[in-house]
Design a protein around this ligand. Sequence first.
Ligand SMILES: Nc1ncnc2c1ncn2[C@@H]1O[C@H](COP(=O)(O)OP(=O)(O)O)[C@@H](O)[C@H]1O
Ligand SMILES: [Mg+2]
Length: 386
Amino acid sequence: MRHIEQKYGIIGASEEIKQVIRIIEQVAPSNISILIYGESGVGKELVAKALHDLSLRKHGPYLIVNCGAIPSGTIESEFFGHKRGSYTGAVEDRKGFFETADKGTIVLDEIGELPLEMQVKLLRTLEQGDITRVGESTSRKVNVRVIGATNRELPGEVQAGRFRQDLYFRLKTIMIRIPPLREHKNDIPMLAEYFMMQYADEHNVAYKPITPQAMNLLMEASWEGNVRELKNFVQSVFVLENGKMISAEIVSQHLGSSEEKYYYDTRFPVRVNKETDQVERELILRQLFLIRQDVEEIKQKLAPININDEVTLNKMKDISRYIKQSDMDDINIDLQQDDRTMQEIERDTILKTMEKYYGSKRKTAQALGMSERTLYRKIKEYNLQD
Ligand SMILES: Nc1ncnc2c1ncn2[C@@H]1O[C@H](COP(=O)(O)OP(=O)(O)O)[C@@H](O)[C@H]1O
Ligand SMILES: [Mg+2]
């Protein structure tokens, strides 16, 4: 098996990756704000986490905020908190992300999407080290290290008037550019093998090597979605091929058949909306893989069913523990060539779950595996509140 070279979870032996690691090591201990720039899927979050872990703040909070996902109406209060009664719905005093991240690190992901008014306020916080809660008139000191991440070219955004030049200058003093995967193709074999092993390990299945010919194909592919796409690809192919050794034929078949950029099998009739958050997309794919594996197992076990057979019974018990009724509902939806968008599916699922728990947001959030804050945001976003 290939030797996996990695530092702080960042895999790669290429000069490009080593350079990134060197910069991380140089700048992590300081308190200076940092801008991480790179296409989607190159590992910006991984690098941000390494910066935090190598800093003196490593025991402090670490917060990732997706600037593009917060509705512009609530963003100031989310960032800086608010005073009770400062607007309808502000029923109690609340602290925002910056106070929550005090003595730690805050990652402003997709910082290019921050509304201009917030950019002004962020600059002020960076320069003066304080924030003002919405509805209050005095500021509070915060001690937070800010890491911005972006896949947009900020100079272009500045020119277009969407990003403030002063904030850009403030952030770019230390810029870490993470190269796209096509600029360090020689890391592909190591990454691919690592992701296969990781998958095999997490799901308790036997690891199968990738043949050298298959590896050549992987190295030639364009990977516009970078490491994230490569990871999704090898793991999903592994699952779809039921854990077979990955040959060149299999790779070319899957590479060729992928109509959607991050999407490899038309047997899953989920319509993927390009704008849908990639993380959610990944979660859904992952769930579908698991369900598919389970269904395969059920089919195998049901064929020669013999209820007196204790092994079968135990196996079925195992499987039923795995598949909750809600998953089965989802399978039905998916198999009926559902043509709702991902947002519509999410909206419906939230509604159904809320009904099931008689409107309890805590239970709903728990059942859906999301934070209450996210649930509230989605409720607002989808207009679910009466
Ligand atoms: N060099 C790398 N080594 C190991 N895993 C990586 C590397 N680069 C990216 N990944 C993985 O790829 C996925 C996408 O990385 P992420 O940091 O979320 O990318 P970005 O924030 O740039 O879109 C994650 O699962 C991450 O762990
Ligand atoms: Mg990211």
